[in-house]
Design a protein around this ligand. Structure first.
Ligand code: SAM
Length: 240
């Protein structure tokens, strides 16, 4: 994939792209101590005390650039496992001189599980996640129990997992997990029990143009005027 069209992409390692020193391999002790790889990603930013949000699967990075420009007081970590897209987005962030974005070339599900401490993330953005349409590949879908368990653990109380997809079959799959993991905020459970998340409506960001939901590259290319994507928010209940 030659996304630079002949121009060499510069991920700005150590400034935008995470360097090996900042993101070392998992230690051998992980075998006996599952928490040994945990680190605090907020320290990767100039101002670590700010709100902290993660985008999983940035693709070509348009959402990341927009959301970071619109929210300069929030720190954003973009996680992208495809090397070419990681470099493309990091290069765009570097050229835009955004100081509130860092990019990680990794599997976001593994990052949450092995690296991310409890209750530090304000929002996790998951937009147009790969649908893996063949049944034998469904196990690769990001949204499933193991991901929701980690997302819940990593979010602050009141934190949100925001999801958008245009894929009807993946959405039907997600709905089964939403039913298992969340109560709609209007629901009153007769058994008094509570599911881990509250489910609420997705609010389109103010800066997004007419007829769009999150204005990612994929959305602009694939949805157009023809299709209204599915969207929702799973909120971790506020403490108390
Ligand atoms: C269909 S694309 C959508 C990209 C972007 N969100 C958009 O809407 O334009 C899905 C992206 O997620 C990335 N991805 C899929 N699974 C991932 C994972 N577990 N961790 C990090 N990135 C992932 C893929 O490499 C791809 O760039």
């Amino acid at each position: 994939m030659n996304l630079g069209h002949g121009r060499e992409l510069d991920a700005g390692e150590g400034v935008i792209g995470l360097s090996k020193a900042e993101y070392p391999p998992l230690p051998d002790s992980i075998v006996s101590d599952p928490l040994a790889g945990r680190l605090d990603p907020r320290r990767w930013f100039r101002e670590p005390g700010r709100r902290f949000e993660i985008e999983i699967g940035c693709g070509k990075g348009t959402f990341m650039l927009n959301v970071a420009e619109q929210n300069p007081e929030t720190n954003f970590l973009g996680i992208e496992w495809e090397g070419a897209y990681y470099a493309y987005t990091a290069d765009r962030v570097r050229r835009a001189a955004l100081t509130n974005v860092r990019m990680l070339h990794a599997d976001a599900v593994e990052f949450l599980k092995w690296r991310c401490p409890d209750a530090i993330v304000d929002v996790i953005h998951l937009y147009y996640s790969d649908p893996w349409p063949k049944a034998k590949h469904h196990k690769n879908r990001v949204l499933q129990d193991r991901f929701l368990e980690q997302a819940l653990r990593c979010l602050v109380p009141g934190g949100e997992l925001r999801i958008v997809t245009d894929h009807d079959d993946y959405w039907a799959w997600m709905e089964k997990y939403f039913a298992k993991w969340s109560d709609k905020v209007t629901e009153r459970r007769s058994d008094g029990g509570k599911k881990p998340f509250e489910r609420c409506a997705f609010a389109v960001p103010e800066w997004v143009g007419e007829g769009q939901v999150v204005a990612t590259n994929y959305e602009k290319k694939m949805c157009g005027d023809v299709k209204t994507p599915h969207s929702t928010v799973l909120r971790k209940p506020a403490a108390g």
